[in-house]
Design a protein around this ligand. Sequence first.
Ligand code: SF4
Length: 353
Amino acid sequence: MASRPVLGSRCSRLGLLRSILGPAAPYIVGAANQGGRCATILLVVIKKVILASPRGFCAGVVRAIDTVEIALQNFDEPLYVRKEIVHNPYVVENLRRKGVRFVDELDEVPQGERVIFSAHGVSPKVWERAKAKSLKVIDATCPLVTKVHKEARKFAKLGYTIVLIGHVGHEEVEGTMGEAPHHMELVSSVEDVDRLELEDPEKVAYLTQTTLSLNDTRIIVEALRRKFPRIEGPPSEDICYATQNRQEAVREMAENVDLILVVGAMNSSNSNRLVEEARQHGTPSYLISDVHSIDPGWLEDIETVGITSGASAPESLVHDAVEFFKSQGADVEEFITRRENVQFALPSAVSDG
Ligand code: SF4
C-alpha cells in the first residue's frame, strides 16, 4: 500500500528537479513515498498564500498559558495541571518540558499539592474533590466558559430544564453539564432535538458550548424554538468572540482561495469548526497539526492557499507553514476581517502569588 505523500521528502529525483527549477521557481515539489522509494513527483504552482486575521490564540488561551508560566515562576514545584491546559499538544509538551505535571484526574495529584484547572472549566464535583484533598487550586477556566456555568446555575435555580447545545465528551460540556446535572439535556443536532421529550415544555432554556459552528448552532436553535416556542436563551451569545471572529474570517476568505489549511489540534473543537466552515462555503479544507502534515496531493491544481489557525494553536506553527510556501516562491498577504483587543486578567490565585 502506498504511504501518504510527504512534503519535501528525500528523493534523488526531487533534488534533481529542484536544481533544474532553481530555488526561486514558484513550484512546490512533493514526493509520494512508496516503500521508502520516491514513487511520484507532484509539481504544484502555489502563487499566493492568504493569511486569515484574526487567527490563533484567543484571550482565554493566552490567559491559561500565562497562568501556568507564572505559576511555574512563583511557586515551588511540583505544579499539576488537570487535563490539557488548552487543546494543543505543542503547548502541552512545551510546558511539560518546563516541569509541569499533566494529569487526567485529581486522583493523580497528591494531597495538598497545587493544581491548575484548564481553560475548558470543570464541574462542581471536581471542585469538591479538590477541596477534599486540600489542593491549592488555580482556576484557569476561560471567563467566557465561567459565564455559561453561571447561566446554567441561574436557569437551574429557577426550575428550568436546560438544553445544552454541544459535543458529547468535550471537557467544556462535561464541566457545564456538571453545574446542574439533573436539569440538563445535551443535544448536538436537529435529530437530537426531535428526540427530546421534556417534562415541562413551557419551562425550557438553552445554552451552548463556546466553540460551536455559528451556522449549525443557529439551525439547532431554530429547531428548539419550533419545538418549544417559549424557550429562553442566554442574555448574550454563548459562542465566544474568538470562535465567531475566526469563523467569519474563514467564511470571507473562502471566496478568495482554492484551499484552506487550518493549523490546530485534532481534539480542538474550534479548529475543527473552521475546517467545516470552509467546506460549507465550497472550499476544500484540511486540519494540519503542523507543516509536516500537509499532504502534497491536496495542493494539486491549487494556486491560492488560505491559512488560519484555531484558538489554541501557537503562531510559530502558522509561521512554519507560511515560510514553507514562501520558500517555494509564493507571495503572502494578510486578510484582515476584524481587529481583536480582548484581554482577561489572570486568576488572582496566581497574580497575587
Ligand atoms: Fe475562551 Fe473562546 Fe478562547 Fe474558549 S475559544 S478559551 S471560550 S475565548
